[in-house]
Structure formats: C-alpha cells, structure tokens
Write a protein that binds this ligand. Structure first.
Ligand code: F6P
Length: 322
C-alpha cells in the first residue's frame, strides 16, 4: 500500500482535524502518501481530492469542524455512485481508506468494500458517542464541555428568577450527552431516549421544588421518547400552568468549538492506530478505545450493536436528582 485516502463523513465533530493531522503524519512517518477526499463520499464521487503532506495539516489541531468538509451522500448508496467513487480512487492510485465518521459512514464502507474490495479502517467521529466498540467517540468530550458551560450559565438566570428551564441537548438516538451533562451540571431531572419518561412523576418533582422556592433544570435529550424539550415542556405546562417556564434548545453550538485535550489525545491515538493497521493489511474495522486500551471492532458490529448507557451513571442520576 503506497497511497491512502482520508475523509470525514456524517455530522462533524471537534477533534476531526486533530485526527486528520495524526493520519497524515503517521503515513508520512512510514513514507506513505495521503490524499484528502473532500465532502466525504460525495467528494469521492465527484473526484474532489487533494494531496496532504505534513505541512498541510499544520496549525489545525485546535480547530473545530473538519478541513476536509463533510456531507451525507445519497448518491453513494447507488451502484452508479459507488462505481464513480471507485474509479476516482483508482485514478488517484488510492489503495486504502481511513473513514472518520459515525455508523452511517461505516455502513457505506461495508457495502463499498463488498463490491470493490477496497480496504477501509474507521475512526469513530461523532458527538453522540453512540458507537459500539469504543468508550468514547471523537468530539463527545468537547460537546459535553460546551454544553455544560451553557447549562451553568442558564442555571444562574434560572436561580435568580426561580424559574423552571427545559434544556434540550443533542442525541437523536442516544442520551449520552444528556446523561453526562445532566450529572455534571447537577440537573434536577434528565430525560433520555433509553429510559421511560414519566410526566406524572416529573410534575410531582417540579411541584415539590416549587413549594421549596427552588428553580429547576430539566435536561432533555432531543430523541427522548416523550418528545424534545418543546413537547415535554408543553405537557408539564398543562399540569403546572402557573409555573414560570423557559425552554432552551442548545442545538448546533454543541458541534463546534476547539477540541478538548481529551479529544485531541483520542484523535492522535486513533489516527495513529488506524493508519498503522491499514498499512499492515487490516480492513473492515473501527479503531476504538475500551478501558483505555486500543480495540478494533468489525464495522458490522460497530453499526449493528447498540452502545448501552453506563448503568452506574444511570444509578447515580437516581440518587443525585431530587
Ligand atoms: O452529530 C450528531 C447529531 O448531532 C445528532 O445528535 C443530531 O440529531 C444530528 O447530528 C443533527 O445533525 P444535522 O443537523 O447535521 O442533520
């Protein structure tokens, strides 16, 4: 293998740039060339490729987003799209790929590999932390810290006005961001897609806190089965119309920003491991960290298996929320 391609795909996540840097510099260390593919699978189809040397990735380690841009490509999932992508990769003499993204990205890699036998290694990059085969995904730690800073600020104003706040955080299918930020901010209730939301007991709790003259913070994961913050707040408002309630949807602020030290180090470890394993002939696997040790998981398993919420943390929330 002489030349590898690297791309980012799906939702961007802080730490992707640090990871691109690690891939490029590891390949250079082993005297291999790297081509950066722009806009994920879309750029592969359109032939948007640029050579990347060690100097091209200078001064990006601290930047959020992805210098390679990202996209979600429908065309790639068609036979014609995949063929075009393969021909462009061959035109650039690319004989192996590093994909930084989430489960949608890895599903695309599995199909592509089945058709064209193109070796792939994946790196988990998503703020949602929802991939099986790694304790943490790139961007999750940064997203948690960004979200926490925002919640702390909302707590100040909530307490000053004795108000009830519903704060919606990202997590379409999983409550990892909600769980971590809920515990770290000392939230009064945390609503997660993985657990049943009981509006009746939420109302009881909020009433009790109101009687004590306390403000309340409820963290809602966007994918909670009772609906996001807007729907949940409306249901509570029906029962507690007199309560002074506000809603904040934090949204895409959670996806941006400079990566934390943890995310940069994770990016370096996974970038080096993924590149070296690809150069050593591995394929079809995602590099991850389990119990602070490198671990490789097949794409099939990383996509299919669910990453369950930490039971210990769930138990803690029961005791910490009053
Ligand atoms: O990056 C993951 C995620 O943040 C989800 O939690 C969220 O639902 C989704 O991306 C939104 O992404 P977009 O606006 O790019 O479709």
């Amino acid at each position: 293998m002489k030349r590898i391609g690297v791309f980012t795909s799906g939702g961007d996540a802080p730490g992707m740039n640090a990871c691109i840097r690690a891939v490029v510099r590891t390949a250079h260390f082993h005297k291999k060339q790297v081509i950066g593919i722009l806009h994920g699978f879309d750029g592969m189809i359109k032939g948007q490729m640029v050579p990347l040397g060690p100097n091209d990735v200078s001064n990006i380690i601290h930047r959020g987003g992805t210098i390679l841009k990202t996209a979600r490509s429908k065309e790639f999932m068609t036979a014609v799209g995949m063929r075009k992508a393969y021909e462009n990769l061959k035109r650039h003499d690319i004989d192996g790929l590093i994909a930084i993204g989430g489960d949608g990205t890895f599903k695309g890699c599995v199909e592509f590999n089945q058709k064209f036998k193109m070796p792939f290694i994946g790196i988990p990059g998503t703020i949602d932390n929802d991939l099986f085969g790694t304790d943490f995904t790139l961007g999750f730690d940064t997203a948690v810290n960004t979200t926490l800073e925002a919640i702390d600020k909302i707590k100040d104003t909530a307490a000053s006005h004795d108000r009830l706040f519903f704060i919606e955080v990202m997590g379409r299918d999983t409550g990892y961001i909600a769980l971590y930020t809920g515990i770290a901010s000392g939230a009064d209730e945390i609503l997660l897609p993985e657990t049943k939301t009981d509006i009746g007991s939420l109302v009881k709790l909020l009433k009790h806190r109101q009687k004590q003259g306390k403000s309340s913070i409820v963290i809602v994961a966007e994918g909670d089965e009772a609906g996001g913050a807007l729907k949940t707040a409306a249901k509570v408002k029906e029962k507690l119309p007199e309560m002074d309630t506000r809603i904040t949807i934090l949204g895409h602020i959670q996806r941006g920003g400079s990566p934390t030290a943890n995310d940069r180090i994770l990016a370096a470890r996974l970038g080096v491991a993924a590149t070296e394993s690809l150069l050593n002939g591995q394929s079809g696997k995602m590099a991850g960290m389990i119990n602070n040790q490198l671990a490789f998981t097949s794409f099939e398993k990383a996509c299919k298996a669910r990453s369950p919420l930490d039971r210990d943390l769930l138990r803690i929330t029961e005791m910490m929320t009053t």
